[in-house]
Write a protein that binds this ligand. Structure first.
Ligand SMILES: Cc1cc2nc3c(=O)[nH]c(=O)nc-3n(C[C@H](O)[C@H](O)[C@H](O)COP(=O)(O)OP(=O)(O)OC[C@H]3O[C@@H](n4cnc5c(N)ncnc54)[C@H](O)[C@@H]3O)c2cc1C
Ligand SMILES: NC(=O)C1=CN([C@@H]2O[C@H](COP(=O)(O)OP(=O)(O)OC[C@H]3O[C@@H](n4cnc5c(N)ncnc54)[C@H](O)[C@@H]3O)[C@@H](O)[C@H]2O)C=CC1
Length: 501
């Protein structure tokens, strides 16, 4: 029987989760309270550290991310104690968390347990999700033996995979008309699609963006997390250390099935008995076939458009579900529609002294008109940092204003080897039909889209080396009326920065 939790009077600051949100939160608490002990409980054997942080503009930020043994964090902050263990239960009334045989009383708790892949089908060994180092390595291992895989989903992971995978046929199944729906509209999708058709992989551009490394990861820290425990989410450039090659020598071989979903998955024997017919890989006339019509596959997928394809395995890149499970039982949290713990504008959940940050939480405050939550690395850092500030202020009876980073959504990343900057309501999310778009596109070079409403800039997509991010960021933040400038705003012959000086 479990020991009951004792009185919360002697509690400390406790943070759960060693991903970017949890580590940033613990670090900030350690700075704010140098004479207090901060306990970080994490299920993963390594922690994530933000290094080389650079504020590129008022809201855009760049940093590298390193997987490090937890001792490195403890050395940097002697008042942080890291415990490698999965929290099994939360007793919010008693201010107590329980992990393997131990209980920890908190005065303030921040839950940063991240999220896990939301798979199209749980428990099927041929359906893989990618989240942490282990799942990425498993995927790579399977890929080395694969002739054909199927990727389901149209977000960040799918976009990165279809561009990086070589030597393997890829059938990419998307619910939408165009690729990359979580980041792009159809115009940007078309601009990017031409990259997939290029046979020769080009030299990667030396473009700085958030980088993911495992350099600091020591051997002993590579010990796998206990069965059932989840590791931290991968992040920017996670595929760079992985050789994403199938069995053959060619670059991209991608077939996209649009506007459909998975109807049924058959294992080999099940499919044979069904006497259904699968399709060969669609190819154009000068294409050398990789797989033959006679191929027998380990798994077959029937799509809602009635087409059936066989493949070696399926990647379900279909979004994430917050890791709330161990915390919900017996605790009456307000939970968002996406399954996250609802937090207010001070990162506080609905229960006393419990905060949440990063992928596990659902922003339930009234946001700035040009900010939205997306489960991203940068937001995990910002939320972890701000949650710590709020916890610190609350513990001395104060309150602080919302951090400026929540004023404007800003994300820098790289897709198909292009720098991609997304600002504000970059896809006119929630703006209804009352908005206009200004576009400038130079094939193979840049794609610029500005979203305007009532003459004010509400968002932008900048693909390529446009150098416009800072100017656009300012235009969105200051909400200047741009009606008088019309299309000049994107005229390449006008130096827009001078324009607004
Ligand atoms: C393949 C991939 C590529 C990505 N690429 C990008 C990108 O290019 N740009 C970008 O901005 N974002 C990217 N993301 C998203 C980004 O990685 C996440 O949004 C971010 O890392 C979330 O951080 P987090 O700290 O909230 O959660 P996580 O990193 O998931 O960390 C959660 C932590 O909680 C621990 N934990 C879980 N349950 C428990 C428990 N019960 N007890 C104790 N500890 C527990 C885990 O071990 C882990 O340490 C990517 C994600 C993936 C999967
Ligand atoms: N460069 C970047 O910024 C990257 C960010 N990420 C982040 O990592 C997290 C996980 O990435 P993803 O899994 O790609 O999530 P995502 O949220 O970006 O995309 C999920 C996609 O799956 C589709 N989908 C959902 N259910 C489906 C179903 N049943 N059938 C078919 N399609 C379905 C959605 O329409 C969407 O296109 C996200 O938070 C994402 O933002 C991931 C990779 C790169």
């Amino acid at each position: 029987m479990e020991a009951p939790c004792s009185s919360p009077t002697a509690g400390k600051f406790v943070v759960v989760g060693g991903g970017i949100a949890g580590v940033t939160c613990a670090e900030q608490l350690a700075i704010n309270f140098p004479s207090e002990d901060i306990l970080l409980i994490t299920a993963s054997p390594v922690i994530k550290a933000v290094t080389n942080f650079k504020q590129v503009s008022e809201v855009l930020e760049e940093f590298d991310v390193e997987e490090q043994p937890s001792t490195m964090l403890e050395n940097r902050f002697p008042n942080i104690k890291v415990m490698e263990s999965g929290v099994k239960q939360l007793k919010s009334k008693e201010h107590c968390v329980l992990e393997d045989g131990h209980q920890h009383i908190y005065k303030k708790l921040c839950l940063c347990a991240g999220a896990k892949p939301k798979l199209i089908c749980e428990g099927n060994p041929y359906v893989l999700g990618i989240r942490d180092t282990d799942s990425a390595q498993e995927f790579q291992k399977q890929l080395t033996k694969a002739k054909r895989i199927m990727i389901i989903g149209n977000g960040g992971i799918a976009l990165e995979l279809v561009y990086e995978i070589e030597g393997c046929e890829v059938i990419w199944v998307i619910k939408d008309k165009a690729i990359g729906n979580t980041f792009f509209d159809a115009g940007a999708a078309e601009f990017l699609t031409s990259k997939l058709i290029d046979e020769k992989p080009e030299a990667k551009i030396a473009q700085k963006r958030t980088r993911y490394t495992t350099e600091g990861r020591k051997k002993e820290a590579q010990a796998r997390a206990n069965a059932g425990n989840v590791g931290s989410a991968l992040g920017p450039d996670w595929h760079e250390g992985l050789d994403l090659k199938g069995t053959k020598e060619f670059s991209h071989k991608i077939h996209i099935e649009t506007m459909c979903e998975v109807k049924k998955i058959y294992l080999q024997e099940e499919f044979r008995i069904s006497e259904k017919k699968s399709l060969t890989f669609p190819r154009d006339h000068h294409d050398q076939s990789v797989t033959t019509d006679k191929e027998i596959w380990p798994v077959y997928v029937e799509l809602t458009n009635e087409k059936i394809y066989g493949c070696d395995f399926i990647v379900s890149a279909t979004g994430v579900t917050p890791n709330t499970e161990p915390f919900l039982c017996g605790n009456n949290f307000d939970v968002g529609e996406d399954g996250g713990l609802k937090v207010d504008d001070h990162m506080h959940t609905s229960l006393p002294d419990i905060y949440a940050a990063g992928d596990i939480c659902t922003a339930a405050w009234h946001p700035s008109p040009v900010w939205q939550q997306m489960r991203l690395w940068t937001q995990a850092r910002q939320m972890g940092w701000y949650a710590a500030k709020c916890m610190a202020a609350a513990s001395v009876g104060e309150s602080i204003d919302m951090d400026f980073s929540f004023e404007l959504f800003a994300h820098v990343t790289k897709f198909f080897n292009y720098k991609v900057v997304l600002l504000g309501k970059y896809n006119a999310q929630g703006l209804g039909s009352n908005h206009e778009l200004l576009l400038r596109c130079t094939k193979g070079q840049e794609y610029i889209k500005a979203v305007l409403q009532n003459g004010r800039m509400m968002g932008a997509v900048l693909i390529g080396e446009t150098d416009l991010e800072e100017t656009f960021e300012n235009l969105i933040l200051n909400q200047m009326n741009l009606s008088a400038y019309g299309e000049d705003l994107l005229d390449p012959n006008i130096d827009i920065e001078d324009y607004f000086d």
